[in-house]
Design a binder for this molecule. Sequence first.
Ligand code: ADP
Ligand code: PAZ
Length: 273
Amino acid sequence: MSLYLVFDIGNTRLKWAAVESTQNIADRNKKLWAYSGSISNQSFQSPELRAELSDYISKTMPKPDAIGFCCVAASATIDNLRSLFPQWQNLDWKQFTGSSPYEGVRTLYEEPGKLGADRWAALIGARALSNTNTLVVNTGTATTIDLLGGNGVHYGGWILPGLSLMQESLQSNTAQLPLAIRSSTLAAQAKFGTNTNEAITGGCDAAQMGAILRAVYLAKEIHHPVERIWLDGGNAKILATEIKQFPELAALPIEPIEGLVLRGLWAWLLQNL
Ligand SMILES: Nc1ncnc2c1ncn2[C@@H]1O[C@H](COP(=O)(O)OP(=O)(O)O)[C@@H](O)[C@H]1O
Ligand SMILES: CC(C)(COP(=O)(O)O)[C@@H](O)C(=O)NCCC(=O)O
């Protein structure tokens, strides 16, 4: 049995988890991520908070046999990550990138090295869960929508501004729009907005859901009809709730999930160590 520590550094948050090589990688039980957590990139810039995180992780688990990580944030974050555990000597750090090979999955991206490492890891994580035609939707800083065929081929995908980014860009690039606050009465989104707040949140939600729907139609057009949609990332719960209100989308095989990127890093370590 080997112990792995995996880190997913996104543009907003750093997520981590510890897993044992003997655990079932297809397990969807939340307990799978018993040792896991996240910290905002902003907090991770603070030496004091990094020391706290390091202390917490190193007291929670023994020295791991390997640490797998991927990063789509600034490269300085990688330096901070790699200096996190001075208490553990000779750590085996493995960086996963968009061009890291993984047996059983290949991408049609023209330059795989340019594919976001987190998108590629999420696709591998999805593959570890099932061999069906799958749409991988990651609703983080950006929203990414990727099609993975049951044959293990990544047909490419789309990148949209994430929900917060959409709303923030309206505020920062207009004279009259505020930063919208999501109403707790979600039914408001299922109609045309009758105030600025509803108009913004409803519009941004509709853009995200419209892209998912368009991807489902396109997958059918290219003869890889979607059999499963994984919804991951910081805005997955919001979007899943919105989706339930739209019969056309609610009928789709959509499931919220956590940690697809971390799962992909784990699968990659299993295959390469
Ligand atoms: N506790 C949180 N901290 C930061 N962002 C959050 C939180 N909860 C929800 N969000 C939303 O999730 C997004 C970040 O999601 P995440 O999947 O961590 O992104 P990334 O992988 O790009 O870092 C933010 O843009 C924000 O809209
Ligand atoms: C699209 C992304 C910004 C998403 O990042 P995230 O929202 O997870 O922080 C990231 O995957 C990235 O920088 N990709 C590189 C370009 C590409 O995938 O084509």
